[in-house]
Design a protein around this ligand. Structure first.
Ligand code: ADP
Length: 204
């Protein structure tokens, strides 16, 4: 199974790129979805959060109260790190379990949408890393308009992440998303026919 790790920065266009491949029927694992799954009611992940932060972080119906949890960790770096390490293991295990399920089904290609692909060292298990790249002014502009943020807030969010320029050296493929949606789609069409189609044909 050929594993592709898709990464980028906030608002660089990762979801837009993933949607293109989803629409082509390529199987994928979305780390953000997994991160929500591992804290659903009845999971060990949610129990671990309650053990650390108490019952105050639950709604009456037993689901996670993200606002309450956010309020605790936002101003408390130590608690934030504690929360992250709590959840990291569950997310990692679930991603490995999903991977094993796809292996069993002889899936030829699997795309991983993992925001922290480089920082979390996920890239080491990928056959290829694809980076969705934009320059900083474009990233700021798209983040402001998508999330309704001020320029200052958009810059602060971007600065809290690893620089996109520093991710370039990890990438086998750089998808340049500075242009129009049409320019992006044209690049994705080329990537699909040059890199994905041969793998699908090989698997037949
Ligand atoms: P990410 O998943 O990396 O955070 P998104 O795919 O959500 O980024 O893209 C960020 C925003 O920019 C979205 O509002 C999206 O519609 C828009 N966008 C993505 N690519 C382009 C493009 N080439 N031209 C204009 N807007 C774009």
């Amino acid at each position: 199974m050929f594993k592709i790790g898709l990464t980028g920065g906030i608002a660089s266009g990762k979801s837009t790129v993933l949607t293109y491949f989803k629409d082509k029927g390529i199987p994928y694992i979305d780390a953000d979805i997994v991160a929500r799954e591992v804290v659903e009611p009845g999971t060990e992940g949610l129990q671990a959060i309650v053990d650390v932060f108490g019952l105050n972080v639950l709604h009456d119906d037993g689901t996670l109260n993200r606002e309450a949890l956010g309020a605790i960790v936002f101003h408390n770096e130590e608690k934030r790190l504690q929360l992250n390490s709590c959840l990291k293991e569950y997310i990692r295990n679930r991603i490995m379990e999903l991977t094993a399920n796809y292996e069993v089904q002889d899936t030829p290609i699997l795309i991983y949408d993992i925001p922290l692909l480089i920082e979390g060292e996920w890239y080491t298990m990928m056959d290829e890393v694809w980076l969705v790249y934009v320059n900083e002014p474009t990233q700021i502009e798209r983040l402001m308009s998508r999330n309704g943020l001020t320029k200052e807030d958009a810059i602060a969010r971007i600065k809290s992440q690893m620089r996109l320029d520093d991710k370039r050296s990890y990438a086998d493929v750089i998808i340049d998303n500075n242009g129009t949606p049409q320019t992006l789609e044209a690049q994705l069409d080329t990537i699909f026919s040059d890199r994905i189609k041969p793998l699908l044909q090989e698997a037949q």
